[in-house]
Design a protein around this ligand. Sequence first.
Ligand SMILES: C[S@@+](CC[C@H](N)C(=O)[O-])C[C@H]1O[C@@H](n2cnc3c(N)ncnc32)[C@H](O)[C@@H]1O
Length: 264
Amino acid sequence: MDVFTVKNSALNLFRQAQKQEGDGKIKTIKEQKQTFYSDDETVQGYDDLRFNKLGGQYVHLSESLAITDFLERVNNRHSLLDIPTGTGRMLVHLLGFKFDRLFAADYSDAMLSLCQTKYRDQNIHFTKQDIYHTSFDDKAFSCLLSSRFLFHSDEQNRVFKEFSRIISPGGFLIADTLRWSPRTWTRVFSTRLGGQLYTNSEQSVVQLASNHDFSILGVKSLLILPSFFYNFMPQPILNFFIWLEHYWPDRWMTKRMWLFQKNN
Ligand SMILES: C[S@@+](CC[C@H](N)C(=O)[O-])C[C@H]1O[C@@H](n2cnc3c(N)ncnc32)[C@H](O)[C@@H]1O
């Protein structure tokens, strides 16, 4: 064994040890994400770290526009679920679509309590849910929004299976995937931002849709660079990237927002 192999093995052991719970059990990716986002410090800093600077506001605006454009196409406004809702940053837009019933769910108590404070005067049903196995009835929702979650999951088929169960036939699903991210090559930002990420090729999304009885109605490509980088851009650089987006090929953008419809 050469010195690099020894060093890498030691590093891997150290990383595994970091992921162990008190009882020595190694945490799954699902558990790691649940723990990370349940931490008060993560929750308090979530929006600040990602969306408060000028570049972050542009990212939030780009995602919001893609989502609301797709919501315009949703012709059944019976019930909408935002899962995971996180800090509820999309709820302000979702309220405007006047669904008969609006639900927001997350696994993190801290995220939920922040949302409940922010939206206490609104008619939104908040519940704690595990996205892989929710307590909602079959076919409960005519539309489901899941923003910034699929790329945190190493079990996307499980997530889609649950979506397929709780979305009614003909109902809609809006979700985003990452085409590429430096967080699949380096861990530099991972610890602060919630750990490992999982990218999707177009083909893998087509496969997920077909496995779980969804058709793809639309896709929008967003952002030249991974969203976190926008936070560090001074205004002239940000303006340059916004201008460049008009010419940048879709296939090189980092994020895709999808509109799916559950088959009848
Ligand atoms: C990156 S945030 C996205 C939040 C929001 N959708 C947004 O776009 O800002 C990921 C969210 O997933 C939630 N989460 C993690 N694991 C979960 C699980 N198993 N079930 C439900 N929510 C989960 C976290 O608490 C966190 O709020």
